[in-house]
Ligand binder design. Structure first.
Ligand SMILES: [Zn+2]
Length: 342
């Protein structure tokens, strides 16, 4: 224990020097020290001067920075030091990082990520080392790098994109679930959704995409099957086609719903922009929605289009018109082209 103590003291001094030299990252961590953990270190910290830097943080999550786009992601673990840290990404579909316990103290952690890149990660202590293991999705390549100067462990992830991109077109509702209904106009949402979806599917095929239709006639498809289909085939984009309805007959316009991520914003903006430009409909913008199953369950970028209000007399007349349906589908396809740079 005494020897440990000496090592820790040396480390603390090194860390203090690093802090002085390189500034903010470490200073933030000092601020986040959990008092209980501080006490729990007991003997090791007994003789420490209060102003000494403590290379301890109870919350490993605070050390993670994870950014991703359509084809690449970067997972960063920020440590107060990185000497003797080993990172290995040579195994297929996994990354392993070994962190000496002198660098940090934390509790074990296990997290299911299940997004486009990462299946899960796991942090556990093994002797005097913390082992961080990351399991990757299929078709994801990893590269890892330890920067001893900054204390950063950088894990770059690259998604092998399908060529051509695979697009799932999801015609909302169907069968026993009609969606919105406008009896006086003699139309229900499931029918409009299918019409536009079929047009969109054909256009995308003609433009060279691989298209998978979640529904190609009038039958019920459970929400879970809709996103599981897309995940199983590892699609590159999920487009759900819907039409809106409101209590007030005056409301009209188009909106694009999306999950809360930068990548989803890019594709949603492209599609919404094309739709408004070509239809002149009221622009209700793109909206973040965290409560929709098809947007939550899909691992790839996803949008849910609300192409107009069936409850508005003027708009529903347009929505039933096949040339307007063509304009809608064509606009969505143009937005998708922009997103994929085609
Ligand atoms: Zn709907």
């Amino acid at each position: 224990m005494r020897r440990n103590c000496t090592i820790r003291r040396i480390f603390a001094i090194t860390a203090a020097i690093t802090l002085f030299a390189s500034g903010s990252a470490y200073a933030e961590n000092i601020g986040k020290i959990d008092n209980e953990v501080y006490k729990g270190l007991g003997e090791v910290l007994e003789n420490r001067q209060p102003e000494e830097a403590v290379p301890v943080n109870s919350n490993f999550m605070d050390r993670i920075d994870y950014k991703k786009d359509r084809v690449t992601a970067r997972f960063l673990i920020k440590l107060p030091g990185a000497e003797e840290v080993k990172a290995d990404s040579s195994e297929l579909n996994s990354v392993r990082v070994e962190i000496p316990s002198g660098i940090m103290r934390t509790s074990d952690l296990s997290k299911d990520v299940n997004d486009r890149y990462i299946k899960s990660y796991n942090l556990y202590s093994s002797g005097d080392t913390y082992v961080f293991e990351m399991k990757l999705q299929d078709n994801v390549k990893a590269d890892s790098f330890v920067n001893e100067a900054t204390g950063e462990i950088s894990i770059s992830l690259e998604k092998q994109v399908n060529s051509p991109p695979i697009i799932v077109v999801d015609a909302g509702h169907g069968g026993t679930d009609p969606g919105a209904v406008n009896s006086s106009a003699g139309i229900d949402e499931k029918t409009l959704n299918l019409k536009v979806s079929e047009l969109l599917g054909d256009m995308l095929s003609q433009r060279g995409y691989e298209v998978v239709m979640n529904r190609d006639s009038d039958y019920f498809v459970p929400l879970k099957d809709r996103y599981n289909n897309a995940n199983t085939i590892d699609a590159d984009l999920f487009v759900s086609v819907h039409h809106n309805s409101a209590g007030s007959a005056a409301v009209s316009g188009i909106e694009t719903l999306r999950p809360n991520s930068a990548e989803n914003k890019i594709v949603a903006d492209y599609i919404q922009e094309e739709l408004i430009k070509n239809t002149g409909a009221v622009n209700r913008g793109t909206k973040i929605r965290t409560d929709l199953a098809v947007l939550n369950g899909t691992r790839m970028p996803a949008v849910l289009l609300e192409l107009g209000f069936m409850s508005n007399a003027n708009e529903v007349t347009r929505l039933k018109d096949s040339s307007y349906q063509n304009i809608l589908a064509n606009s969505v396809a143009d937005g998708i082209d922009k997103y994929f740079g085609r």
